[in-house]
Design a protein around this ligand. Structure first.
Ligand SMILES: [Zn+2]
Length: 445
């Protein structure tokens, strides 16, 4: 659900893509030695939602925990409106389809036919074919489940855990706004699926049993089934202000409010706060970093103030959570400086996903440079490839985000070189770190 913001349109990259697609070397903003070095490094994509390969693709709805197709009307960022010129090159390279965006209905039909022909040609290898074209070596697949063609070693699994944070009646939370009205029933559905996977018929009567019979077993199962991290989309569902709640208090709340319609909201929040820390601590024990959606949007009801990453600082400063690594997905815009400062915590990272589609490479290069000057080993490549629209599937999104990141990296490193901050050798090193080295260290790939 986190990317519906990009559902219809994409335009902002216009400024820079012209040069991106002609090759990095032609841009005066980029040192002539860099493009070749940057292009030679296959990336590790920290965050994406690839669709399954044929024949499973036709019915695949597991690419997001709540794959919500419609959100209430909101204002698209200028960079996400139709006519994105970069789509042309993506279509041509991926599907041999030569069309000028925006496509009319007939054009979209032709594009889908070209995609389908490529799917047929590639079969189960379709998803890895897309990675090859997008210069991505390994992609972390944020999905409810893996499946045909989306398998290790090229794809690594990142499941969702928000459903375990909200075990009580969620109807009051869902009533807050039209978007949450769609999200919460889907979280309830996923929690029901987790109950089944843990061989439970209903929620256990005590918090202790809830943790021992559901939460921990699900995390352990996911780890055993190949999960390399756990993803929270919690920014869509509530604020990042997680208090430190004693287990005894959370247990009293759980026992008192379980199966109660419309539980007291303040008490329910205390229970969620406890559960978040518990899950994060378990992820640390199991060696799975915690992924958190941190960027403004999507949707017109998204609480931007509630998703300020500084609200997470007490978690990062909790000594019990120092064995848990946190990756702040999407780079936190508009809290660019705040998120950069949080990288000084030894267990905090960020990635470039989604912003690599929303923000132009020139603009992103400014804060990328800031982060690289401060904590270069904490910045990860990421696309957030997702089936956004009929014009931009996860395939085009991966392709375009990849181009944008490499462009942005080229501009940032060139600035540092020209200002005498780094040597050419260090520039090449930094490129490798962002594109894959930092992820290799974090996930022990
Ligand atoms: Zn995503």
């Amino acid at each position: 659900m986190n990317q519906n913001v990009i559902r219809h349109a994409f335009g902002a990259l216009i400024l820079f893509l012209g040069t991106a697609n002609q090759g990095l070397g032609q841009s005066p903003s980029i040192d002539p030695a860099l493009p070749k070095q940057i292009a030679a490094i296959p990336a590790i994509d920290n965050h994406a939602h690839p669709l399954l390969s044929p024949p499973a693709n036709a019915t695949d709805r597991s690419f997001d925990a709540p794959p919500v197709d419609t959100m209430a009307p909101y204002t698209d960022p200028a960079g996400m409106r139709p006519n994105l010129p970069a789509l042309h090159d993506a279509w041509l390279d991926l599907f041999h389809f030569n069309g000028e965006p925006p496509l009319d209905d007939a054009g979209l039909k032709q594009l889908e036919a070209a995609r389908e022909a490529t799917r047929r040609e590639q079969g189960e290898a379709y998803a890895t074919y897309i990675l090859d074209r997008a210069n991505i070596g390994t992609e972390l697949a944020n999905r409810v489940a893996m499946g045909t063609g989306v398998q290790p070693p090229r794809f690594r699994w990142v499941p969702y855990v928000d459903a375990l944070l909200f075990p009580l009646d969620n109807s009051a939370l869902a009533a807050a706004n039209p978007d949450r009205k769609q999200f919460f029933p889907l979280e309830d559905k996923l929690r029901a699926q987790y109950l089944q996977q843990a061989n439970l018929k209903s929620l256990p009567p005590t918090l202790d049993l809830y943790l021992k019979q559901l939460v921990t077993p699900i995390l352990e199962q996911q780890k055993a089934n190949g999960a390399v991290a756990e993803k929270f989309e919690v920014a869509y569902l509530r604020s990042f202000g997680f208090d430190d709640v004693p287990q005894a208090e959370a247990a009293r709340i759980y026992a008192a409010l379980l199966h109660q319609p419309h539980p007291n909201e303040a008490q329910y929040k205390r229970l969620q706060d406890f559960l978040f820390r518990y899950i994060a601590q378990e992820c640390g024990r199991l060696g799975m970093p915690v992924h958190l959606h941190t960027i403004s949007g999507g949707g017109g009801y998204f609480s931007i103030a509630g998703a300020n990453p500084l609200l997470l600082e007490p978690l990062f400063n909790d000594p019990r959570l120092r064995k848990t690594n946190f990756v702040l997905l999407h780079g936190g815009w508009p809290f660019i400086h705040e998120i950069g400062a949080l990288l000084q915590k030894p267990n905090v990272y960020l990635d470039l996903s989604q912003q690599s589609l929303m923000i132009s490479p020139r603009t992103m290069s400014q804060w990328l440079r800031e982060w690289l000057e401060l904590y270069p080993e904490k910045v990860l490549y990421g696309t957030d490839a997702y089936p956004y629209s009929s014009a931009m599937g996860w395939e085009e999104a991966a392709y375009i985000a990849n181009q944008n990141i490499r462009q942005s990296l080229g501009i940032a490193l060139t600035g540092m070189l020209r200002d005498g901050e780094i040597t050419p050798t260090r520039a090449a090193e930094l490129a490798r770190m962002v594109l894959r080295g930092n992820a290799e260290s974090l996930y022990h790939f």
